[in-house]
Design a protein around this ligand. Structure first.
Ligand code: HEM
Length: 409
């Protein structure tokens, strides 16, 4: 166990978010992990909590039932903007089924209602549709001609169409959840714009549920409506989080992985020459890129907890940097390398513990079909602009990702 800190070491830091290399998290995170893997963190609203940067402490914390997810306190962002955002959203009716907002027993009950659809076997039933979707988007890329934006033509529709298939929505509905999601994630959108986006997204979810109630069709949302274990408000919350998480995360991972492989051409060639390496490659890419860059959602101590040699007091917030944990040399042999032959098993890109990503097997399957699909169809794929011109979400975005990825072949 780390020795207790001296008073001088308790000086709080702000969450480092500025990257100096495209694919590496902010360098200060490595220094913190080496020197103070559990350190004081100053949140933008001024209160002081904790930041975890080591792999071992991240897993220990995320597994500990003495922390709640019920008080969300962002470790980044401008406090005035956040207050304006919460004020603008304040009177909207809450969706009840959002897993990341619940502790047991509600969390257990809702997660149990969904778990069967998201096992390896449950997700495996969608393999043929995902293969069809990927093939269709590869055709669309070819038809569009080069240069083409891989995000818009391939990664985003692959993820959106897939989540539509699973939830039982027509592909054309993607507009109704993609647009509001962009606005909700945009740090420059005004509170009024965010409120309008949230209302539009909520009304879409209610429409889908009403339609499933009128005509159940054997898909996930129809099943939930028919089984009657969750309330309508909970099913709407489930729809909201699955439509949102189901397309934003995976599309970013597909586009960012392609970008990383193209920047390290030998890695692209390795995967192209031997697609059987895709399982290991996907785990490495998930670890190396860790797109949930700001951290796992914040936890708050429900009782006094001793962690890593310090005492966390009741009510104190803790943020886990998943990106820092996934670069911990005590766990991974060459953590800053994208080594496709190395074993990245046990990474925490999907979190850990009871809130570990529900959609992880879906994300993996989409990547395992999409990436070899690209190397097969476009073996000579290349960036159509210099790497430095590719535009990224900044360090304060919850997700690290690309806006557009122009490619040719
Ligand atoms: C590569 C893609 C993805 C990444 C990197 C990712 C990452 C994560 C992480 C780190 C968490 C845990 C957050 C925490 O503990 O604070 C999480 C939770 C979650 N993810 Fe994902 N995710 C991905 C794809 C998906 C997909 C495709 C879906 C849905 C179809 C999904 C649905 C969820 C849900 C519902 C939760 C909350 C689980 C709970 O609280 O029990 N994710 N994800």
């Amino acid at each position: 166990m780390t020795a207790p800190y001296t008073t001088a070491e308790f000086a709080p830091v702000e969450l480092p978010t500025t990257r100096t290399h495209l694919f590496d998290p902010a360098p200060e995170l490595s220094t913190l992990r080496e020197q103070r893997p559990l350190c004081r963190l100053r949140y933008p609203d001024g209160h002081v909590g904790w930041l975890v940067t080591s792999y071992a402490l991240a897993r220990q914390l995320l597994l500990d039932p003495r922390f709640t997810v019920r008080k969300i306190r962002s470790p980044v962002g401008d406090p005035a903007t956040m207050t304006a955002f919460y004020d603008a959203m304040g009177d909207l009716p809450e969706f009840d089924g959002i897993l990341m907002e619940h502790d047991p027993p509600q969390h257990t009950r809702i997660r149990r209602a969904l778990a069967g659809y998201f096992t390896v076997r449950g997700i495996g039933e969608h393999r043929a549709s995902i293969e069809r979707i990927v093939a269709g988007r590869l055709d669309a890329m070819e038809a569009a001609g080069q240069p083409v934006d891989l995000m818009e033509t391939f990664a985003l529709p692959v993820s959106s169409f897939t989540i539509c298939e699973i939830l039982g929505a027509p592909w054309s509905d993607r507009e109704r959840f993609e647009r509001p999601s962009v606005v909700l994630q945009d740090p420059h959108a005004s509170p009024a714009e965010k409120r309008a986006a949230m209302c539009a997204f909520m009304s879409y979810c209610r429409d889908v549920i009403a339609q499933k109630r009128a005509e159940p069709a054997g898909d996930l949302l129809s099943d939930l409506v028919v089984r009657g274990e969750l309330t309508d408000a909970e099913i709407a919350g489930v729809a909201f989080q699955l439509f949102a998480a189901g397309h934003e995360t995976t599309s970013n991972m597909i586009a960012l992985s392609t970008f990383a492989l193209l920047c390290r051409r030998d890695r692209w060639e390795t995967l192209r020459a031997d697609p059987s390496r895709v399982d290991a490659a996907v785990e490495q890419l998930l670890r190396y890129l860790t797109i949930l860059q700001v951290g796992a959602f914040t936890r708050t101590a429900l009782e006094e907890v001793e962690l890593g040699g310090v005492r966390i007091q009741v009510g104190e917030s803790v943020t886990v940097s998943l990106a820092a944990a996934n670069r911990d040399p005590e766990k991974f042999s060459d953590p800053d390398e994208l080594d496709l032959s190395d074993d990245a098993a046990g990474h925490v890109a999907f979190g850990y513990g009871r809130h570990m990503c529900l959609g992880q097997h879906l994300a993996r399957l989409e990547m395992k079909i999409a990436l070899p699909g690209l190397t097969r169809r476009f073996p000579t794929l290349r960036l159509a602009v210099p790497a430095e011109e590719v535009s990224f979400s900044d360090g304060e975005h919850l997700l690290y990702g690309i806006h557009t990825l122009p490619v040719g072949w």
